[in-house]
Design a protein around this ligand. Structure first.
Ligand SMILES: *[C@@H]1O[C@H](CO)[C@@H](O)[C@H](O)[C@H]1NC(C)=O
Ligand SMILES: *[C@@H]1O[C@H](CO)[C@@H](O)[C@H](O)[C@H]1NC(C)=O
Ligand SMILES: *[C@@H]1O[C@H](CO)[C@@H](O)[C@H](O)[C@H]1NC(C)=O
Ligand SMILES: *[C@@H]1O[C@H](CO)[C@@H](O)[C@H](O)[C@H]1NC(C)=O
Ligand SMILES: *[C@@H]1O[C@H](CO)[C@@H](O)[C@H](O)[C@H]1NC(C)=O
Ligand SMILES: *[C@@H]1O[C@H](CO)[C@@H](O)[C@H](O)[C@H]1NC(C)=O
Ligand SMILES: *[C@@H]1O[C@H](CO)[C@@H](O)[C@H](O)[C@H]1NC(C)=O
Ligand SMILES: *[C@@H]1O[C@H](CO)[C@@H](O)[C@H](O)[C@H]1NC(C)=O
Ligand SMILES: *[C@@H]1O[C@H](CO)[C@@H](O)[C@H](O)[C@H]1NC(C)=O
Ligand SMILES: *[C@@H]1O[C@H](CO)[C@@H](O)[C@H](O)[C@H]1NC(C)=O
Ligand SMILES: *[C@@H]1O[C@H](CO)[C@@H](O)[C@H](O)[C@H]1NC(C)=O
Ligand SMILES: *[C@@H]1O[C@H](CO)[C@@H](O)[C@H](O)[C@H]1NC(C)=O
Length: 516
């Protein structure tokens, strides 16, 4: 078969459809049959025409349906368009149920939409109430692409012939079942198509929906074409303000705690002699660098100094990467302690750790600079709002994703495995012994402390997109430094006995001369 011929045929069919005699002729009285043909035409325009054409076609259809002769109740359908015409004969409220092929004043199987109309619409014998539902397949979204995506490509049209219904006391309720899962990053918003602006708008419409609910209700004070638009859910401005205060307070507390920790380390010989503590204090230094550069970042971005912003961006990226690499080294160190209970003595252990911990981030930052000189500087927090809050960070999105997200992902995975190994080790250690409450409590505290050192909380943020998740992430992470301080303080209080079992084991791991 010749492809040219196929193309010609398709082209011809399309041309015929569009240029053929229009069935959407307005006359004082349109027959049901004509209305049906009109619906077919309109559907062709909806799937083939551009946005303006689609809106025009729908406006046209609405007029035709309003003029259609109807005695009591007429239901018409054609393809993915269903309509119900009703002459309300008294002032009672109506409920319309519709599935993909029929609309009724009664329940229908596989119902997709339920519309509740207030009684004031029962307008009189001369008025026709028009209900119309169009479902445009995802593959032909011309009508819908204008404003993101309409849920399941469905629009519900409502009108009363010869009347402009707006400012209703009792709202019109349009309820749709959630049959296509709603993405975690999105939330529905009820909108209507304003024929005069040829755009979607949400004025006068409320969206009644909570995450997890099985249906979405649009409650509106007027009639027209309604749809449910999926919009990206991001923290609201007020949430963002609260989050930034939490960050400010958490980071300040952390910075304070971390500084005290350094003082404790310097002033206690016991800490300085302990290899584990030396690893911890390196992480503490990385966290101090991170907090020192993160706290004023927003302020520096607001200044107009480019070079200062580039410095801040470089330093912030470096200290963030250093924090991750030291968290990974904490995991590695823990592994050596607990599992290898060391058969290997590693020469210059701490020096080697330091080369990795401080060197790898330096290499990554240098690589980014070599590849893209302009990669650091003024970065809006929300890329869709370039005039909103900004910090000094990696502007190159790819570099940011690969280094930051990639590093978080890898370190998180590695440390979760390390934590798993630790938990198993604890369980097997305790198996022989009789467990009492205080030892279990101690184990739980130790595990919590270890989780903090391993940065397990960073993973919470990595996988959280909900507002609640962002709060948890924000609180835990900004306080990480403070938790580490608490841990130091507690191991100090416990006195000579142990700076956690972990630390005792280390001494023997890396300093074999201490072993018998
Ligand atoms: C469909 O689009 C064509 C061209 O854009 C227009 O002439 C025709 O009237 C439209 N049909 C309907 C039903 O609006
Ligand atoms: C319309 O309703 C009236 C009374 O409710 C009934 O007598 C008549 O048969 C109905 N007509 C149609 C076409 O259903
Ligand atoms: C119209 O009103 C009559 C009496 O008022 C009632 O019996 C009939 O069921 C109504 N028809 C519709 C379609 O509501
Ligand atoms: C819609 O409801 C009618 C009965 O009102 C039923 O015959 C039809 O099969 C239903 N369509 C779908 C797609 O379920
Ligand atoms: C949603 O589905 C349930 C059954 O699954 C049905 O009873 C209900 O009428 C549907 N609601 C809508 C708005 O379609
Ligand atoms: C629509 O829902 C609102 C709030 O749930 C309710 O107050 C109103 O009466 C409903 N409207 C109709 C026509 O049922
Ligand atoms: C309905 O229409 C007829 C003729 O068009 C008119 O005489 C009558 O007054 C109208 N009734 C109402 C309630 O508008
Ligand atoms: C969808 O749109 C494309 C081009 O926009 C058109 O070629 C195709 O025929 C349309 N599909 C349907 C089912 O109308
Ligand atoms: C959510 O939607 C975004 C963009 O539309 C997409 O990239 C992402 O994969 C979706 N997530 C899920 C879990 O479906
Ligand atoms: C549609 O937009 C126009 C112009 O902005 C506005 O005057 C009108 O009130 C809007 N229609 C509705 C139903 O809100
Ligand atoms: C339609 O409305 C959206 C948001 O309300 C707006 O961003 C967009 O520019 C508008 N489009 C047109 C063509 O007016
Ligand atoms: C950002 O601000 C500039 C000028 O200050 C303005 O031209 C631009 O439209 C604004 N962009 C947004 C998305 O607000």
């Amino acid at each position: 078969m010749n492809w040219c011929l196929v193309f010609f045929l398709i082209h011809h069919v399309m041309t015929c459809n569009i240029n053929g005699e229009s069935h959407c002729q307005l006359s004082s009285s349109v027959s049901g049959e004509d209305a049906k043909h009109c619906m077919e035409d309109v559907y062709t325009n909806l799937t083939n025409g551009d946005f303006q054409d689609s809106v025009k076609a729908m406006e046209n259809l609405e007029d035709v349906l309003e003029m259609t002769k109807v005695v009591n109740t007429t239901s018409i359908y054609s393809g993915n368009l269903v309509a119900l015409l009703n002459k309300p004969n008294s002032s009672t409220s109506l409920t319309i149920h519709a599935n993909n092929s029929e609309a009724k004043l009664d329940t229908v199987p596989n119902s997709k939409v339920i519309v509740q109309l207030p009684s004031v619409l029962g307008a009189g014998p001369n008025n026709t109430l028009v209900f119309c539902m169009v479902t445009v397949p995802k593959t032909n979204l011309t009508l819908l692409e204008a404003a993101g995506s309409i849920y399941e490509g469905r629009l519900v049209g409502l009108s009363v012939s010869g009347k402009k219904v707006s400012g209703l006391q009792e709202h019109v309720n349009i309820t749709m079942n959630v049959t296509t899962a709603i993405n975690e990053t999105q939330e529905p918003m009820c909108v209507f198509l304003n024929f005069s602006t040829k755009n979607y708008s949400s004025d006068g419409c409320q969206t009644l929906w909570r995450r997890g609910q099985t249906h979405i209700t649009c409650s509106c004070d007027h009639l027209t074409y309604f749809g449910v638009l999926m919009v990206n859910s991001s923290p609201s401005p007020s949430d963002q303000k609260i989050l930034s205060y939490i960050t400010l307070i958490g980071c300040s507390l952390s910075l304070f705690g971390l500084s005290i920790t350094v003082l404790l380390f310097i002033s206690h010989k016991k800490f300085r002699a302990d290899v584990s503590m030396k690893v911890h204090i390196s992480l503490v230094f990385a966290l101090i660098l991170l907090n020192v550069h993160f706290l004023p970042s927003e302020m520096v971005a607001a200044l107009s100094s480019t070079s200062l912003c580039v410095y801040m961006a470089l330093a912030l990226h470096y200290s963030l990467l250093a924090t991750f690499s030291w968290m990974a080294l904490e995991g590695f160190h823990l592994y050596l302690l607990l599992v290898r209970v060391f058969n290997i003595y590693i020469r210059r252990y701490l020096l080697k750790l330091s080369v990795v911990g401080w060197g790898v981030p330096a290499v990554i930052v240098s690589l980014v600079v070599i590849i893209d000189r302009t990669a650091y500087g003024y970065t809006p927090v929300d890329s869709s709002n370039p005039n909103g809050t900004a910090i000094c960070y990696v502007t190159n999105t790819t570099a940011m994703m690969v280094t930051t997200m990639g590093m978080i992902g890898l370190v998180f995975l590695f440390n979760v495995i390390m934590l798993g190994v630790t938990v198993r080790r604890f369980i097997s250690l305790r198996q022989g012994q009789e467990t009492n409450r205080s030892s279990t409590k101690k184990d739980i505290f130790t595990l919590l402390g270890i989780s903090t050192l391993l940065g397990i909380t960073w993973g919470v943020g990595f996988f959280s997109v909900t507002t609640a998740g962002q709060y948890v992430f924000c609180i835990l992470n900004s306080l990480q430094g403070f938790f580490i301080f608490l841990w130091f303080a507690m191991s100090l209080r416990k006195g000579q006995k142990s700076a956690a079992e972990v630390s005792n084991a280390t001494q023997s791991t890396t300093e074999p001369k201490n072993r018998k």
